[in-house]
Design a protein around this ligand. Structure first.
Ligand code: ZN
Length: 143
């Protein structure tokens, strides 16, 4: 099986396997750095308590505790759950450069980070709902 290979840190998945595993919309966002429409995505106004994980590999990314309403129409967070689970990459556009946020394990595109977030970090992690799955917090479990 070469479709997927884990070297202890990074998950290497073949393009063919990503196409099989993701919906066409997810593939566009997660593998081709696309952006889903604002206000027309699953999590922008979502208020349940739990953990958002990478839709590509299940790595925990954000807690609902750090989610806030940024008014942008995309799910926004001021801090990742574990700093090492997200990786930053310069995304050079035609008019400006932004910082892209990708999953540290499978390399899928998640969204972008901006410096106009709320306290205490002043960061805004602007995520795509398509890049994440949600795991509801169990009443008795403490994470
Ligand atoms: Zn991932």
């Amino acid at each position: 099986m070469d479709e997927e290979h884990f070297d202890g840190k990074k998950l290497i998945v073949s393009d063919k396997e990503w196409i099989r595993r993701l919906t066409p919309k997810q593939y566009k966002v997660m593998r081709e750095q696309g952006t889903e429409p604002s206000f027309q995505n699953e999590f922008y106004d979502f208020k349940d308590h739990g953990i958002f994980v990478c839709a590509g590999c299940g790595l925990p990314l954000f807690s609902s505790d750090t989610k806030y309403d940024s008014g942008t129409g995309w799910p926004s967070f001021w801090e990742p759950l574990f700093p090492e689970n997200v990786t930053y990459r310069e995304d050079k556009g035609f008019f400006s450069s932004r910082t892209e946020v990708i999953c540290s394990r499978c390399g899928c595109h998640l969204g972008h980070i901006f410096n106009d977030g709320p306290l205490p970090t002043r960061k805004r992690f602007c995520m795509n709902s398509l890049s994440m799955n949600f795991h509801k917090k169990e009443e008795s479990s403490s994470l």
